[in-house]
Design a binder for this molecule. Structure first.
Ligand SMILES: O=C(O)CCC(=O)C(=O)O
Ligand SMILES: [Fe+2]
Length: 188
C-alpha cells in the first residue's frame, strides 16, 4: 500500500494489487450481470456519461442531482467486498457504483464533500485500466494514477476539501470498467 500525503492534509492510499486477478474477474462479472445499472440525468439535464447503481444499509438514502434516492439492499458479492475493504480501513454503509462502458464514458472534476458523508471513501476498480486524476483546488497541482483490475484507492484526511478528482475520457480503445466507492453516510 502506497501512502501519499497531499497538500493541506489530504491523504490518498493506493494498492494496485488489492485483489488477485481471478477474484477481481469474479467480482467484475457478478457486479456487471447482477446489479441494477441505470443512466441518470446530471446537471443541465444531460445524461451522465456512465451507468450507476447504489446499494447500502436498510434505510440509507442519498441525494443525486437534487433527487432523494433509496439505496438497494446489499448483494452477497457487495457484502463480501465491503468486508475486505473494511479490513483495510473505514466503516461503510453505502456504495455508489459507476460503470464506464468505453473510453467515452467518464466522470468530470468533482469532490465528494457532501456534509452528511464521512471523509473516508474506499474506491475499488475492476475491469479496464483508466486514469484517475486529482487536482488541488488552488494551486492546480495535478497527479495521475493508473487504476486497474483490483486497484484499491482510499481517499481520506481533508482530501475532499482541498482536492478534486476525475476519470477522464480516453481515445484509446478500452473495455468496460466498474468502480465501487464505499462511503459512510451519517444522518442527523
Ligand atoms: O470511477 C472512479 O474511479 C471515481 C468515482 C468517483 O469519483 C465517485 O463515484 O465519486
Ligand atoms: Fe468521486
Amino acid at each position: 500500500m502506497d501512502t501519499i500525503e497531499l497538500k493541506d492534509g489530504g491523504l490518498l492510499l493506493c494498492d494496485d494489487a488489492f485483489l488477485t486477478p481471478d477474484v477481481a474477474d469474479r467480482y467484475f462479472e457478478s457486479l456487471r450481470d447482477n446489479c441494477q445499472w441505470e443512466q441518470k440525468p446530471g446537471i443541465f439535464g444531460y445524461m451522465q456519461p456512465r451507468l450507476i447503481a447504489s446499494y447500502g444499509d436498510d434505510g440509507i438514502t442519498y441525494k443525486y442531482s437534487g433527487v432523494e434516492n433509496v439505496a438497494l439492499p446489499w448483494t452477497a458479492t457487495l457484502l463480501e467486498i465491503r468486508k475486505k475493504m473494511e479490513a483495510v480501513n473505514g466503516d461503510y454503509n453505502f456504495c455508489l457504483m459507476n460503470r464506464y462502458r468505453s473510453g467515452t464514458d467518464s466522470m468530470g472534476w468533482h469532490a465528494d464533500n457532501e456534509p452528511e458523508m464521512s471523509n473516508v471513501i474506499g474506491s475499488l476498480s475492476l475491469g479496464a485500466t483508466r486514469k484517475f486524476r486529482i487536482r488541488h483546488n488552488v494551486t492546480r497541482e495535478t497527479q495521475t494514477f493508473e487504476v486497474g483490475h483490483g486497484t484499491l484507492i482510499i481517499m481520506a484526511g481533508t482530501m475532499q476539501d482541498y482536492w478534486q478528482h476525475e476519470v477522464p475520457k480516453t481515445k484509446k480503445k478500452v473495455g468496460e470498467r466498474i468502480n465501487l466507492t464505499f462511503r459512510k453516510i451519517v444522518k442527523d
